[in-house]
Structure formats: structure tokens, C-alpha cells
Design a protein around this ligand. Sequence first.
Ligand SMILES: O=C(O)c1cccc(C(=O)CC[C@H]2O[C@@H](n3cnc4c(=O)[nH]cnc43)[C@H](O)[C@@H]2O)c1
Length: 252
Amino acid sequence: MTVRLPDEQSDPARARLLVVVAVPAEADAVLRGLGAGPRTPPGRVALPGGALDRVAHPSGVTVDVLAGGVGPGAAAAAAATALTAARYDLALSAGIAGGFAPRAPIGATVVATGIVAADLGAETPEGFADVTELGFGTVRHTPAPTAVALAAEALGAVAATVLTVSTVTGSAARAAALTARHPDAAAEAMEGFGVAEAAARHGVPSFELRTVSNAVGPRDRSAWRIGEALAALERAFALLPHPALVKEAGRG
Ligand SMILES: O=C(O)c1cccc(C(=O)CC[C@H]2O[C@@H](n3cnc4c(=O)[nH]cnc43)[C@H](O)[C@@H]2O)c1
């Protein structure tokens, strides 16, 4: 199936931002933050990767919000579909996340200084070895530092590594192992690395923004604060879109 998004982005003055979230509740929070109501066609487009909502933001940024599914595989497939269907200046993975205490408490916003695949590798007798150590591929994408600093200041956010995992951490031992290996990590989520890999293949820079719904550690569903995290996501997107940020992020 070949899909092309309408090229209403041909105005070179407008920056083009792709936001990939996992689930519709996150897309709704992002759209509320952008000041956009629930979308209907033609503002909403059905892609093979999921529903995509387009917002012509008054800041001069055209924002496409795509709910691509949970996990790095779904995120990569959805992002790649959108990146093939339209041109973007920046691909942003956004949504809720687990926060590493004490750096990122519930409700905190985190912008990624590094987007790191934390469980992509092999167990060896000496411990975990990531795919880079094994001699193939990368486990890290690095957003442009100036853009990270700009966004962190505008949002009052923590700027730190965000891990991408395929399995949500559910024990103190696993949280400690991740912290030991990634002392600079403030959050873990499940999609950032997938979006960044798809973007890299299209020559598009990537970025990640997360708001914290739960602490990384022993599994305790009663302690999740998804409403708080979605409210923080909405606040972040009320402040975030700015052509200068998209341009800075593209400087790599
Ligand atoms: O069943 C559990 O114990 C559990 C704990 C936390 C999150 C989940 C999810 O299924 C949410 C996955 C969804 O949300 C993002 N997310 C939110 N918190 C975390 C986390 O602590 N670790 C990894 N991902 C998290 C993630 O990006 C997914 O989109 C289940």
C-alpha cells in the first residue's frame, strides 16, 4: 500500500515535526497541548502505521501526531511509514515513561540527551553486551545538544538519557542493573529508539520527550499516575512547538 500525505507542507517557511506516540490517549494529550480539538478527516489520516493527526500550529510548525503502537518495533514501523509518506525536519518520540528515582519523579518531564536501546544485545558469561560491543549496529542516538538545552529550559525538564526497553522493568534488581550500566538515565520507555532508528534511515534527526507516570522499580500498578503524566505531556506540548527548536534539532 503506497500512501502519500497531502503536501500542504510545501511552504518552506514552515517547519515539519513528526510526533510518534504509542497510544491514542497520548495523542489526545499532545493534541490538547497543541490547542487542537479531536481530529476528523482530512486533518486525520489513516496510515498503515496508525492514525495520523495534522495540526498547522500557529508557531509556524506543522505537527503530525501519529499513534503508532507500543514497543520499539511498532514505533519504528509506524515512524518509517510516516517518513516515507511525507517530509519532516524532525521526528520526536513522545509519551509517558517510568522515571528513575530521584532524578525523575512522577509528573516530571524528561528530554533525552541520548536515546539508548538498553536491552539490545546478548547475555555473555561476563554480563550483558550491547550490539555495538558485539560488533554490529548502534544502541544510541544523540539529539542535538542545543535543541535539548532549549527544550529543557522552556519546559523546566530534566535533560538526561532515556532508555528504550522491550520489557517494562518490574524489579529493584533490574532497575539497579540499568542504573549501574546507564548512570545518566532518568527515564525508560518503549519506543524512542525505534523512532530514532527509522528517522536515521531517512536522514531525519530525532528527539525524545517523556513525562513520568511511574517509578522504575518493583511492579506496582496501583502506583501508576497516568493522568498526571498525560497532563504533563499536554503542558509540554503547549510550550514546545517552535520553529527555532525544530531547526536547532536538525543541526545535529
Ligand atoms: O504492567 C506493568 O507493570 C507496567 C508498568 C509500567 C508500564 C506498563 C505499560 O504497559 C506501559 C507501556 C507504555 O507506557 C510507556 N511506559 C510507561 N511507564 C513505563 C516504564 O516504567 N517502563 C517502560 N515503558 C513505560 C511505554 O513507552 C509504553 O508506551 C506496564
